[in-house]
Ligand binder design. Structure first.
Ligand code: NAD
Length: 289
């Protein structure tokens, strides 16, 4: 059968794991060729278990590509002034070229205020609003890692974004909006949508690229998809699976959408691992700048 009906067609998979491996390989080469030490400094405040595990994994991931990892800690009782003071100290140190602050911060410490203190040229997560501004203006800057990951994955398909219609489902400051801006910078025509957008499925069906970043499990269905479109699933949702076990699913109904799309990124194994690779790339960019 050669028809492209949903039953017989299956989109090609955009393999985030494989892409991230290739990024890591090129980072190892860049670090070795630069002959300079590359280091990530991270600040962890308090004793949140998940943040602690994340930091430990991050240390391992950095080591694998030849990045030193220095974890600075403050106790759970730290005030805004304590956290802000430490960020400003780290900003001032010449040896600190790549800096991030682990979340969550303790209750009462304003996360956005802290993030806006990180020097824009050291802000490897791209969370300082100054860096979002730089993205809008197309200036050299550190771009939020999930947005970078989404763009890299779209580009890996070989699609020419100029002149294409794209829809971004979700418009948060750190995910949806930066993705929309990156697509605009590539000269695509971009629809930034949110939970108030009327008749989103009909709008989405007109688009060559769909990026789902709304945090609603399997929201995007097969009838939202233009045949052959590129579909990037940013969502990470933990839901009840078979036999009472928790499973991780994206914002796209993968099995159904795969029958219509041309390309699709899976969850897990898609944007997640690429986001980690983009953070490492930002670290190397910041350190070697
Ligand atoms: P958020 O809650 O801050 O923002 C959600 C956005 O989606 C809002 O703009 C909201 O209006 C929109 N939205 C909600 N319901 C909608 C609907 N029914 N139709 C259309 N739009 C709708 O979430 P976030 O922080 O941007 O995260 C979005 C998803 O991305 C989550 O699943 C999160 O876990 C995931 N995420 C993944 C990575 C990664 O590395 N892969 C990183 C960050 C976030």
């Amino acid at each position: 059968m050669t028809t492209n009906s949903p039953a017989s067609h299956a989109a090609r998979i955009i393999d985030g794991k494989a892409l991230s491996e290739s990024v890591r390989g090129s980072l190892r080469t860049r670090i070795a060729a630069a002959g300079r030490r590359v280091r990530l400094d991270a600040l962890l405040v308090g004793d949140d278990r998940a943040a602690g595990i994340y930091a430990m994994n991050q240390a391992k991931t950095c080591e694998e590509v030849g990045i030193e990892y220095v974890l600075h800690r403050l106790p759970a009782g730290a005030s805004y002034d304590d956290v802000a003071g430490r960020v400003l100290l780290l900003n001032a140190e010449d040896d600190v070229r790549a800096l991030m602050v682990h979340l969550p911060l303790p209750a009462g410490v304003d996360t956005e205020r802290v993030q806006s203190l990180i020097s824009p040229e050291k802000d490897v997560e791209g969370v300082n609003p100054a860096n979002i501004g730089n993205v809008v203006y197309g200036r050299r800057s550190l771009v939020p890692c999930t947005a970078l990951a989404s763009l890299e994955m779209i580009e890996s398909t070989g699609i020419e974004l100029r002149g294409k219609r794209c829809v971004v489902v979700g418009a948060s400051n750190i995910v949806g909006k930066p993705i929309a801006v990156l697509l605009m910078r590539a000269d695509a025509t971009v629809h930034s949508t949110n939970k108030f957008t009327p008749d989103l499925p009909a709008l989405a069906r007109e688009c060559d690229v769909l990026v789902a970043a709304c945090g609603v499990p399997r929201l995007v269905k097969a009838d939202w998809i233009k045949p052959g479109a590129v579909v990037i699933d940013v969502g990470i949702n933990r839901i009840d699976g078979p036999e009472g076990k928790k499973i991780t699913v994206g914002d796209v109904d993968f099995d159904a959408v795969r029958g219509v799309a041309g390309w699709i990124s899976p969850v897990p194994g898609g944007v997640g691992p690429m986001t980690v690779a983009m953070l490492l790339r930002n670290v190397v960019d910041a350190a070697l700048r």
